[in-house]
Design a binder for this molecule. Sequence first.
Ligand SMILES: [Zn+2]
Length: 257
Amino acid sequence: MRLFETRHHRVKRETLEAGFLDEWRVICAQRFAWWERLDPDRRVRLEALTLDMIATKSWEAAKDFEVTDEMMLVIASQAALLILELPTDSYRNVKAIVVHPSTMVMHGEHSQVSGLVSDDPVPILGQANFHGPVLVAWDQVNNDARHAGLGHNVVFHEFAHKIDMLDGSADGTPPMATADQFDHWVKVCTHAYEMAAKGHGGHSLRSYAGVNPAEFFAVATESFFSDPRTLNHEHWELYSVLEDFYKQDPLNWISLD
Ligand SMILES: [Zn+2]
């Protein structure tokens, strides 16, 4: 027990000491479609990562909105799924998560379609800032979490951006273990990215995957975890390099019917 600690440190310490609560398991089972499909080992690790995120990240709400335990759980458990087999500090650059009730509007120059840049305001479901927070629209998060197999998932998308940024650049290539893995990744992803940019990405790589390599990696990650069967069917080599990178094979342990 420390004599002097800030309120923030006390809340963090007490949350970690309390551990993953039984009532949280009930919420996850109801709200996170992947939860029941995880084997006991994976679920224990997912709980630890989720608890750590809830305790150590800053959770903020948009104006006139409030972050609930349910929101933190549903967001953190999905984010944790991506790093289940990666280093546990893979979200060290995620300082804050900002929850908005619904769609946000992005201003400034952006691209939604390959080759076209616009500065018209555009509705967005989430955003991952390089040195800043992850923003998500709660209504979309909630829907994605309840329905595995959709092939899209805003939490997977935005947290994939944060994983991509770990090596200092948002370029669609996260840190690789070896030069060989890097070379193979570049070869396979370049081919799939070019397909997506031409509009030939199939169901698993929607057109947004062709906007730039960073969006390609984020969209591919969404497909890999939320509709692995279609991604493997349409782009098996891409599935294989993602399997190598994430050290997970969702086809084998997630039955998304
Ligand atoms: Zn994105």
